[in-house]
Design a protein around this ligand. Structure first.
Ligand code: UT7
Length: 322
């Protein structure tokens, strides 16, 4: 038997307001054709009045708890990945903790932008295996649209808001049983100027706007993601042919296609939500995971890999049996 962090429930939440490319093209110098052709995005959800990173995170967390048959008081650890916290401090995880009634356990945020959920999963997995808690909620939640410069058509058409959550439980399982098998995380701080926010408490004392050199980010994303996927599979003695599903970060349909091609993966085994949700940063992987669990594509016993790449750069992949 081996101690693993086992996925026991998933949940997600989206803001009420859906904005199509056509609607965006009424106020931004762009077109549905350009956005679909270059990114695969058709619509995004945009947070409105009363909707924040924490309200979305709480809804996703409650759905994941219900799916796992648990209550907030059963959770000893909350790791919330976000770039768009409700407040600079305290951590948005503590707001979620209070709302779900998990008070007294561990709760903190991680900041790794689009890779945040992978970082959160890796940290929670290590803490569960170290015995620091029995059950964890890992949440990716964002209101990225509140960081956008709506005059910059090269970025403002690409992002959306949402949240996704998973419940993990430390369990002794057989070698071929469920749980997280490996997580690989990386960062390379040399690329700050390719994807960043031009503000912050310690520099401008303001929030700032998202800035991206899209073409260069694209090139790095395909190389880094193909590498980290190949490495996490190799560490566990698997090849891409063994995978039932890839659940990628949803930044661009062309990145999903190019990465799958590099690994020799058929497109039918890649979970795609970028058309519906756009890029929701740390929320995109758990949102896509919950979508594929709830529509029945992901089934118990299957081997799946989660992957993401984002600002920093940061990137990572996690291999797990569900
Ligand atoms: O989540 C973190 C990771 N982020 C990513 O992975 C994003 C990676 N990058 C991308 O997804 C793509 O690079 C983009 C979707 C951002 C852009 O696609 P691209 O094919 O790299 O286009 P481009 O930036 O090179 O722009 C091509 C043209 C430019 O015009 P010129 O210079 O060729 O005349 C842009 O000005 O498209 C123009 N353009 C637009 N046109 C209509 C840029 N944005 C728009 C727009 N509508 N919204």
């Amino acid at each position: 038997m081996t101690l693993r962090s086992v996925l026991t429930g998933t949940g997600s939440a989206l803001p009420r307001r859906v904005v199509s490319n056509q609607e965006l093209a009424q106020t931004v110098d762009t077109s549905d054709e350009w956005i679909v052709e270059r990114s695969g995005i058709r619509q995004r959800h945009i947070a409105g009045e009363g909707e924040t990173t924490s309200t979305l995170a709480i809804e996703a967390a409650n759905k994941a708890l219900a799916a796992a048959g648990l209550q907030g008081s059963d959770i000893g650890l909350i790791v919330l990945a976000t770039t768009t916290p409700d407040q600079t401090f305290p951590a948005t995880a503590t707001i979620v903790q209070d709302a779900i009634g998990a008070n007294g356990g561990i709760a903190f945020d991680v900041a790794a932008v689009c890779s945040g959920f992978l970082y959160g999963l890796g940290v929670a997995d290590a803490m569960l295996k170290a015995g620091m808690a029995k059950r964890a909620l890992v949440i990716g939640a964002e209101t990225m649209t509140r960081l956008l410069d709506w005059e910059d058509r090269a970025t403002c058409v690409l992002f959306g808001d949402g949240a996704g959550a998973v419940v993990l439980e430390a369990r002794d399982v057989a070698a071929d049983g469920p749980g997280i098998l490996a997580t690989h995380l990386h960062a390379d701080g040399a690329h700050n100027e390719l994807l960043y926010v031009d503000g912050g408490p310690s520099t401008t004392q303001s929030v700032g706007h998202l800035r991206m050199k899209g073409r260069e980010v694209f090139r790095h994303a395909v190389v880094n993601l193909a590498d980290v996927l190949a490495n996490v599979l190799a560490e566990c003695g698997y090849t891409s042919a063994d995978l039932d599903w890839v659940v990628p970060h949803q930044a661009n349909q062309r990145i999903l296609d190019a990465t799958a091609k590099k690994l020799g993966l058929p497109p039918e085994r890649v979970v795609v939500t970028v058309d519906q949700h756009a890029n929701t940063s740390a929320a995109s992987v758990p949102l896509a995971l919950d979508t594929a669990v709830r529509d029945g594509r992901i089934q118990p016993g299957q081997l799946i890999v989660l992957e993401a790449m984002g600002g920093g750069f940061t990137w990572g992949a996690a291999l797990l049996r569900v």
